[in-house]
Design a protein around this ligand. Structure first.
Ligand code: CA
Length: 235
């Protein structure tokens, strides 16, 4: 069965182009032009992914994402028209999985769509492969294993010494694999609301962590930097 994509875009020309290209690649597509219809369609259709424009009639994309986030775990790829929207997209309040800034090429859009769907599939497989009793014991990402019970990390079969804060950060990344996480969100959740510091703290710890878990820390593949101010753990 083809994967289903809901396209929410109020510009008819762009909506048609998106629909045409996604269908050409074998996806089932439903396209709507305002935020209220987006909610209705998402609830009815239960799509595998939503391409969501921000400036929309009725309800804007931020509002649509915020509401849907509470109801379903569907990946959301947001389309932004202005740089000042990116902060909100990346941030905690909206929780988009990825975004594209207009204008973008169809090739780029297709690549992002497929990457998101691949992540979701992998995540689903991982969850279904884990037996209930093992569920909270270890998290495995290739040669990197986090033992939750013993709070230790194994890299290439060797114990990897981490400072407590590095361990907490890695664990947070692991639990949010594939999600775009802003520095502010990471700081809040790993260091806590009352932490006195700024988001450079996150950058510093990410650098340390990369030196320990990346094959080449200057060209990271596990913890990647997201344009607009955040990080994403690829596994
Ligand atoms: Ca629009």
């Amino acid at each position: 069965m083809p994967e289903t994509i809901l396209v929410v875009e109020d510009e008819p020309a762009l909506r048609d182009t998106l629909t045409y290209n996604l269908k050409k690649d074998g996806f089932a597509v439903e396209a709507v032009g305002d935020g209220r219809l987006a909610l209705e369609s998402a609830r009815k259709l239960k799509p595998d992914l939503i391409v969501l424009d921000i400036m929309l009639p009725e309800l804007d994309g931020f509002e649509v994402a915020r509401i849907l986030r509470k109801e379903m775990t569907v990946p959301i790829l947001m389309l932004t028209a202005r740089d000042d929207e990116i902060d909100r997209v990346v941030g905690l309040e909206v929780g988009a999985d990825d975004y594209l800034t207009k204008p973008f090429s169809m090739r780029e859009l297709m690549a992002r769509v497929k990457a998101q769907l691949r992540r979701t599939r992998l995540l689903r497989e991982e969850l279904s492969n884990r037996t209930p009793e093992k569920k909270h014991e270890t998290l495995t990402f290739g040669n990197l294993v986090i033992n939750l019970t013993r709070q230790e990390v194994i890299l290439k079969d060797e114990p990897l010494p981490l400072k407590p804060q590095e361990y907490q950060l890695l664990l947070f990344f692991a639990e949010h694999r594939g999600q775009m996480l802003s520095r502010e969100f990471i700081l809040e959740r790993v260091w806590g609301w009352d932490y006195i510091g700024d988001s450079r703290t996150v950058d510093v710890h990410v650098r340390w962590l990369r030196q320990k878990i990346e094959e080449d820390s200057s060209n990271p593949t596990r913890i990647v930097t997201v344009r607009g101010g955040g990080y994403r753990f690829e596994g």
